[in-house]
Design a protein. Structure first.
Length: 182
């Protein structure tokens, strides 16, 4: 188990390269749906709806006619190792936009100890959700959009460059024995 985990961690550059070169560049879609799928994946990676981020990517990819498969794995950018710095950045952006002061260590300690009783605890958590959740959500949308726009442009240009250089066309050529080929 330990060796397999170490191998997976050591092999992540190879998996990223395989995803980019094989899965993305050689997909049968034109560059726009592929780049839009990547942008949606990047955008929803920053949105704090854990567990359903991939559902949002697939839903919006379907609505916008983007590639569903290339965007879904990108939401894993927010994982246990990256979640704190990503959402701290989103929180800071959110409080900057809203003009709120950052909550201090004392308030964080208070949030860790809710009051007794259902009504008091519910009121307490709704107040904390507004105090922390709104800046994180607003900051997540802004940071996600700021990351998704260049991701779209870079991906679109890379796909076009790679395909024109490799095949001389933007759509991958069909194999000679493909029955769909005229």
């Amino acid at each position: 188990m330990h060796r397999r985990l170490v191998h997976q961690i050591q092999n992540w550059p190879g998996r990223v390269r395989r995803f980019i070169v094989h899965d993305l560049m050689h997909a049968d879609d034109p560059p726009h749906p592929l780049a839009l799928g990547v942008a949606l994946g990047i955008f929803f990676a920053f949105i704090p709806f854990f567990g359903i981020q991939m559902v949002f990517v697939v839903l919006f990819a379907w609505l916008l006619k983007a590639n569903k498969l290339v965007g879904a794995p990108l939401v894993w950018l927010t994982n246990p190792a990256t979640i704190v710095p990503i959402y701290y950045l989103c929180y800071r952006v959110g409080i900057g936009i809203l003009g709120q002061p950052s909550i201090g260590r004392e308030r964080w300690a208070q949030l860790a100890e809710p009051p007794a009783g259902w009504a008091a605890a519910t009121s307490f958590y709704w107040g904390g959700l507004y105090e922390i959740g709104m800046p994180i959500l607003l900051g997540s949308v802004v940071v996600g959009f700021a990351a998704a726009c260049p991701a779209y442009l870079i991906t679109y240009r890379l796909i076009c460059f790679y395909r024109m250089r490799r095949w001389g066309q933007l759509i991958p050529p069909q194999p000679a024995d493909d029955p769909a080929r005229p």
